[in-house]
Write a new protein. Sequence first.
Lengths: 433, 494
Amino acid sequence: MKSLDVDIAVIGAGSAGLGAAIEAKKQGMDVLILERNDELGGITLQCIHNGFGLKIFKEEITGPEYIQRFIDEVKELKIPYKLDTMVIEITEDKEIYAVNKKEGLLKIKAKAIILAMGCREKTRGAINIPGFRPAGVYTAGQAQRFVNIEGYLPGKTYVILGSGDIGMIMARRLTWLGCEVKAVVEIKSYVSGLIRNQVQCLEDYNIPLILNHTITKIHGKDRVEGITISSVDQNWDQIVGSDEYIECDSILLSVGLLPENELTTKAGAELSTNGGPVVDNYLETTIDGIFACGNVLQVHDLVDNVSAEAKRAGENAAIYIKERSNKEQIKKDLIKIVPGINVGYVKPDYVNFSNLENLLHFHLRVKEPDRDVIIVIKEVNKIVYQRVRSFVIPSEMIEIRTKFKSEVISPNCRELKIEVLPVSLLEVIDEVE
Amino acid sequence: MDYDVIIIGGGVTGCCIARTLSRYDLKICLLEKEADIASGTTKGNSGVVHAGYAADRKYKKREFCIRGNKLFDQAYKELNFPFKRIGTLVVALEERQIKDLVYKRNYGTEDGVPGLEIIIDKNRIKQIEPQLTDKAIAVLHAPSGGIISPYEFTFALAENANMNGVEFFREHEVIGINKIVAGFEVKTKPRKFTSRIVINAAGLYSAEISRMAGADTFEIYPRRGEYILFDKNSIHLNKVLFPMPTRLSKGILVSPTIHGHVFIGPNADNILDIEDVSTTIRGLKEILSGGLKLVPNLPLNAAIRNFAGLRAVSNTMDFIIEATEMVGFVNAAGILSPGLTAIFAIAEEVVRILVEDLGEELKEKENYNSYRPKPEHLSDFTKMKLNQKIKENPAWGRIICRCETIPEAEIVNAIHSPVGATTVDGIKFRCRAGMGRCQGGFCKPRVMEILSRELNIPYKEVTKRGKGSHYLINNVLCIELTEDKKESKGVTEK
């Protein structure tokens, strides 16, 4: 068995992995990238629409153009990478076992590991759609791969279940190719994806968006022949008698993404409720020296945000090696970050007390859309941070960048709670106090 | 005559009969209407090897089940299919149900079911199955019950039958049977076959096949059962858990699968359409509520697939294994639960019918080989073994299915094994690529590519499960242009 030693092993060569590897290399680290696909770039390669790069490059480019800039930089910096290489195991001691055709089984001993495996799409089974099980049911990303990479059309007439971003982008893409997208059906009362995609991909092409509906039967024994949709009540239960049949030969599912954390779990790291690993403000998981960034940590809506997070992970992994790896592990004084009212999840899950005065990044998503809200961070009942927003929606990740003054937070603080409250509610609280 | 024996139907019944008869000096073929064997009832059932206490004594399926269960040990050694005797529990939730458990234990023990035990000590119940509801007041433990992968079992039977000379014809739907002198002419769409003996193992279609042969003696009704499958590692069960049975079925069970998933189901829905394997909102709700009664901690958010299978219920409510008035036409029909368990006993009965009722003098082949080697799986390898396998064949180092860690070599082997895979579903059921939590989201295009390469068919002609189940309809515009260019270039070169 071939073995090698590296400072930092990066698992995954998508936007997160490449971004983290570049930053770690710039910090003087010996980095190795492991990628299971046969090329660098990850899922961004199949995202041939524009809208990428506005934050990082201050210009609007396509997915492949965006990721090519990172690929070029990896090559300029001569960062080694292995393609067609699947990591099958990570141990707590940061040993990685991987396989590829040329080298067989590889054992890679790393001082630090950056997890950047991305996410996968929820499938039909995950949401339990009833009916037949014919060919013609695809996840939106799978259809995107068939069309944009393999060069094949999965069908001619489509219904898209779920209004996630990839689903809406595929609705437009398929319309351009002369296909008919009969409807985008969403169980919620609002779209799951970005508003800009609702406008640019559906409304601009007159593709009907049917809210508060779901698919209640898939028809067709061998190939999809049609679907029945039904309206749902507040509990997402089918309203009897509201069935409507739509003829189509394909169904695309755009019903959500899940961080892909099988390796993380095998390594023994804890996961939090969003499906990503529990991390502190260094993006370090519960295993010493294993970091996570990008969609494996939390599903982002913009690749630019992934790159920013990846950069931090690369930097922190380098700091870890330079300052901490050979010393005895400093016992961390951790403050737990707890999602409160109308907060689905928040990252990081912990902040080191000694870092409170540094610049901290919090990312969160709300559970329900709301208007005129105030985002607050509370220590017990004392508000230590607040910011007003006119509009929040689950599809748009909220970023908070802040430092805390040492006198604001008490020395024995163990927990900070983040809440998104209607402004009116806050006024009531003020009055009571 | 083309053949001595034609077997109609490539489910577990047909394949087990084929394998059992392949021991003898007979020329045999098996006809299957679908693109693959194990495509009907065999694919959509609970995969439980029953202990044998359940069926009423008036049915022959009881005796066949108890005998069949015992025959599994030898078959397992010979055929290497996924099978484990993990034991089953029938769970009583009310005092009055204990009486029923006592009947089952007493009669079962009398009839030779080994090790039956009623457990009422709550601590012991909890120890045996920690996931079982606290409301369980007694369980009947049957240690000889087990779990099996019914389709992998059927592939093993078919492979071994094929190694011993049985010819398999898939996508050969039987459309007519004529009595000819000393035998039958069996018509399929592609061609005609003749044989001395025809064995009807056509499952849901067995009544229709029997009618075609002029032996109109029974009816088959489809009874649908729906299932939900949960992700690996989302919950762990030690035992197969049955509720108290109803008049129609053994009830909605909660069971581990041989590959570490957990499923719930089936309900029992008498339907009209013999092909209606659709799942329904009502049915899925029904099995969820049934499953939750036994295991309150079901990981509802970790469901990865729902599916339905149809049981072939005969009007006799029992197995129909008999010679008919059409001499040489034998039925092996109405094989519903515990048919999978009883399968070797059913095949034995067919042999008895051939010898005693039809006067066949069966002679054992000299070169019969009962051993079917276990397909190689990466998951069974040690790290050193894996490294060595990749050195020998690099395809072991290219992982195609990420969820189940299935390398290219396993997929290629599944295609080139006897009676190998020709479709994406064929790959999925043989080597599990696409069976995991992403349900083929990532690996389907790669699996299609390998099928296209190995079977030498165009990429877009690769199907899910044969005719009509195409994944792709056309090339997108740009690719068509490239192909046009290639063609026109070809013309100029000429």
